[in-house]
Design a protein around this ligand. Structure first.
Ligand code: DGI
Ligand code: FE
Ligand code: FE
Length: 196
């Protein structure tokens, strides 16, 4: 499959994902493209990364773990206990393996879309933020303000998303991956420094 064939990617995803996840995926691709326009990122890369970010979301935990085992993809203890987190790692692997994506920035954007990481590229930030604000999302607090913020100051939106995610996890939403914590600390530091 050619990397730039958005239609083919969509067709395959429509088969591999349930309808709710497929709709979410189209929303993330659309908002990733809008953010790419706003911040000057590559439009096609943003759409491809948005489309593929959850490509491993509808596999079973068993399947995700077996793909990791088979292909020597390392699993952290937190991922072992919370295998849904692996949809990002396995998604990045499938993007390269099955969808023949060769652009490392697209692969990184898929890999880091759930926890983020310190020093994300523009494309990684775009997919991370688009995932949270796409029009089909309804549950998260502060969505209205974060949606506006995303088009004004991407880093500020990123920080707010991380803060709200950590708050949700601390209130019983799940075990915090150190990467999520590290990403938050990094951007908190980074943004307070940039205000000086
Ligand atoms: O796959 P999506 O639902 O579209 O979005 P996602 O990949 O960002 O996953 C969202 C969920 O991931 C959300 O419920 C918060 C959760 N999450 C983010 N960071 C962590 C986390 N869950 C755990 N257990 N630990 C984390 O550090
Ligand atoms: Fe996801
Ligand atoms: Fe998603």
């Amino acid at each position: 499959m050619k990397e730039n064939d958005l239609k083919k990617i969509k067709k395959t995803l429509e088969k591999d994902l349930d309808s709710k996840r497929y709709e979410h995926t189209l929303g993330v691709a659309y908002i990733s493209a809008a953010l790419a326009m706003r911040y000057g990122a590559d439009l096609k890369s943003a759409q491809i990364a948005g489309l593929l970010h959850d490509c491993a979301k509808c596999l079973s935990d068993h399947k995700r773990l077996s793909i990791c085992e088979k292909h020597n993809i390392s699993i952290t203890d937190t991922e072992k206990r919370n295998p849904f987190l692996l949809h990002a790692k396995v998604g990045a692997f499938l993007a390269a393996e099955d969808y023949k994506i060769t652009d490392p920035d697209i692969i990184q954007a898929i890999l880091n879309h759930t926890t983020g990481r310190p020093e994300m590229s523009l494309l990684e930030k775009i997919v991370f933020v688009a995932d949270y604000i796409e029009p089909g999302r309804k549950q998260a607090p502060n969505l209205t303000i974060i949606r506006k913020m995303a088009f004004e100051d991407l880093d500020q939106a990123l920080l707010q998303i991380l803060e709200d995610t950590l708050e949700y996890l601390r209130n019983g939403g799940g075990e915090i991956d150190t990467m999520t914590e590290n990403t938050y600390e990094y951007y908190k530091q980074h943004l307070s420094q940039s205000l000086i």
